[in-house]
Design a protein around this ligand. Structure first.
Ligand code: THG
Length: 585
């Protein structure tokens, strides 16, 4: 606990001291020319994590070299320390022990080198492993379980902070963060968390996510530092670091390779010199406000010595940032507030709202369903509403089949639409992007309302809240406002969700029934938007527009829907579920 607060104190100190991480572990181990025997036998050769048990002196030597070079933080030798990776050497059962011992080893050395003026810290290293959940190499729950064990080991061994690094898949990050929170809950304690993503020279993570999507996805998680490591040298990171500098709510880290590796006779060669690395990172600190620096592949104690020698004289530039609330796909973000438009949510991938969708689902024509999604992308939708509610079918299985295909075939964020939270959760465990949950309300009481809010919290999703309570659908603006107040308090005070993540749905009910009572529906719905907006200005509003005109002929529906949408937008509507090509200006 004491050292934990020490690290955070340092990070958050008003002087914003630059914090220097260590350099590459692999190259320093290679330089020791370790034998098969050092690795505990030829079958374990290449498993650097097992050295923690078979030859801890080799790891201690690397830690010591970096501490002598002046690193403030050393990373545990646990990059591939989940059972998922260790199982490739039949070492899965040692996962906890390796992580616990690795952290304890690093901690004893950090303590040896710590002085009151220059405390040293241990970061528990968690690499991405060898399987990408977005590509279905592994499922979310199995991945989370494996990381829980790693986190327990690192925590018990005495790590001061946790680093989730070299991330290639946003869904993997989410599963590790869920694992970390679970272990923190078990321990009744927290450690600072750093997430470090790897942007390839193509400009995105391996699975295709751009940095704006990464920030939007992670903004809601309780992490302390977000940055980049590996893949390239600092030069190719500049553009992404600039984005983080301007838009990330977290401290920014930059841990590059010693340049882009060159392939020389089958060997990776890293050519950036210690002073070259320092000169780049100095600019990032002084011009972009980067606060955490260090070295990845190809960096040596000489590189870290060069960084540490300059760090004390550097002050990170002040970094006012603007964060734009958004939903995201795996690939990019869609701001909740659209310039000169509204957030267009495509309605057609809805088994309970569209016959075409229902027929495709009944035939399990997944390609046809993906095509229905893609078509809406072409029609100008910003987000896809996805609903597989269909009596007599296994909705969790259907959500799995459909969402797993949509995430890599459509570039739009998903709105997971169901009356059952289990189906929303199934979607959340497959979608690396930031989704919106559609929806929750008080119809079945507080427990079901809270269950969906908890999902939104855990997975960092936005949420639609319908103005329905135990007495049914609210009909008057006054009653809609009253339910919105109750929901707002619960979501923000109890769950700590930011108001901008809430989309109130004041209910577009049919006015086409011919029943006198229903004629007032649309007016009350619009008036409710105006009043809720006044009282809770940071919250957003969404309506399922097409409901309003159920039963009318297609031409009338188009006109009525368009007029209603326009009126609602004037009252402050931000988002609408529509058939995008059937709205006229
Ligand atoms: N609020 C929220 N979510 C919602 C709604 C809402 N989700 C579902 C629904 N309402 C919005 N989606 C639709 C989808 C289709 C239609 C209406 C609303 C629709 N379908 C045609 C029909 O029934 O005549 C059929 C189209 C077809 O078969 O292709 O009108 O209010 N939060």
């Amino acid at each position: 606990m004491a050292t934990e607060s020490l690290f955070r104190q340092r990070l958050q100190h008003p002087d914003r001291p630059v914090i220097v991480f260590d350099g590459g572990m692999g190259t320093q181990l290679q330089a020791q020319n370790l034998t098969a025997e050092d690795f505990g036998g030829p079958q374990y050769e290449g498993c650097n994590e097992y050295l923690v048990l078979s030859k801890p002196e080799a790891i201690a030597k690397v830690h010591r070299a970096y501490l002598e070079a002046g690193a403030d933080v050393i990373e545990t030798d646990t990059f591939g320390g989940t059972a998922i990776v260790l199982d490739e050497y039949d070492l899965g059962p040692f996962a906890y022990e390796i992580n616990q011992k690795a952290a304890a080893l690093a901690k004893s050395l950090a303590q040896e080198f710590s002085t009151p003026e220059k405390p040293r810290f241990v970061a528990g290293s968690m690499g991405p492993g060898t399987k990408l959940p977005t590509l279905l190499h592994i499922d979310f729950d199995s991945m989370e379980r494996a990381y829980r064990e790693q986190v327990r080991g690192l925590y018990d061994g005495g790590a001061d902070l946790l680093i989730v690094e070299t991330c290639q898949d946003v869904l993997q990050i989410k599963s590790v963060l869920k694992a970390i929170e679970a272990v923190f809950a078990e321990k009744g304690d927290r450690l600072p968390i750093m997430v470090s993503v790897t942007v390839e020279s193509t400009g995105t993570l391996l699975v295709g996510s751009a940095i704006d999507a990464v920030v939007a996805i992670l903004e809601r998680y309780p992490i302390d530092i977000l940055g980049l490591n590996c893949a390239t040298g600092p030069d190719l990171m500049a553009e992404h670091i600039r984005y983080l500098s301007q838009h990330s709510p977290f401290a920014v880290s930059c841990i590059p390779n010693a340049g882009l590796p060159e392939n020389v006779g089958g060997q990776a060669v890293y050519r950036l010199t210690p002073d070259g690395l320092r000169d780049h990172l100095k600019v990032f600190v002084e011009e972009l406000g980067v606060q955490v620096i260090g070295g990845c592949c190809g960096t040596t104690p000489a590189h870290i010595r060069s960084l540490a020698a300059t760090a004390a004289q550097l002050r990170p530039k002040a970094r006012p940032y603007t964060y734009v609330p958004a939903a995201t796909s795996l690939y990019g973000s869609q701001p909740y507030e659209q310039d000169n438009s509204f957030l267009i949510v495509g309605e057609r991938l809805n088994a309970s709202g569209s016959k075409k969708c229902r027929d495709l689902l009944a035939a399990e024509d997944w390609d046809g369903l993906v095509a229905l999604g893609r078509g809406q992308e072409q029609e100008g939708a910003h987000v896809l509403d996805v609903n597989v509610d269909y009596v007599g079918r296994d909705g969790v299985r259907d959500m799995h089949a459909l969402v797993s295909r949509l995430v890599t075939n459509v570039t739009l964020p998903l709105m997971l639409d169901s009356t059952e939270w289990q189906k929303m959760e199934a979607g959340l465990k497959l979608a690396g992007g930031k989704c919106i949950l559609n929806s929750t309300n008080y119809e079945d009481g507080e427990e079901r309302f809270d269950t969906v809010l908890a999902l939104a919290k855990t997975h960092g999703a936005g949420i639609v809240i319908g103005t329905i309570d135990e007495e049914g659908m609210a009909r008057t603006a006054e009653k809609k406002l009253e339910i919105a107040r109750r929901a707002y308090r619960r979501a923000t005070e109890h769950f700590g969700l930011p108001g901008h993540e809430l989309f109130f749905d004041t209910l577009a009910l049919p006015i086409s029934t011919g029943i006198e009572e229903d004629r007032q529906n649309a007016a009350q719905t619009i008036e409710a938007i105006r009043r809720i907006k006044q009282e809770m200005p940071e919250c957003h509003h969404l309506l399922g527009i097409s409901n309003i005109s159920f039963g009318l002929n297609p031409a009338s529906r188009m006109v009525l829907n368009s007029v209603f949408l326009d009126e609602a937008r004037r009252a402050g509507l931000d988002a609408a579920i529509v058939h995008a090509s059937k709205i006229c200006p």
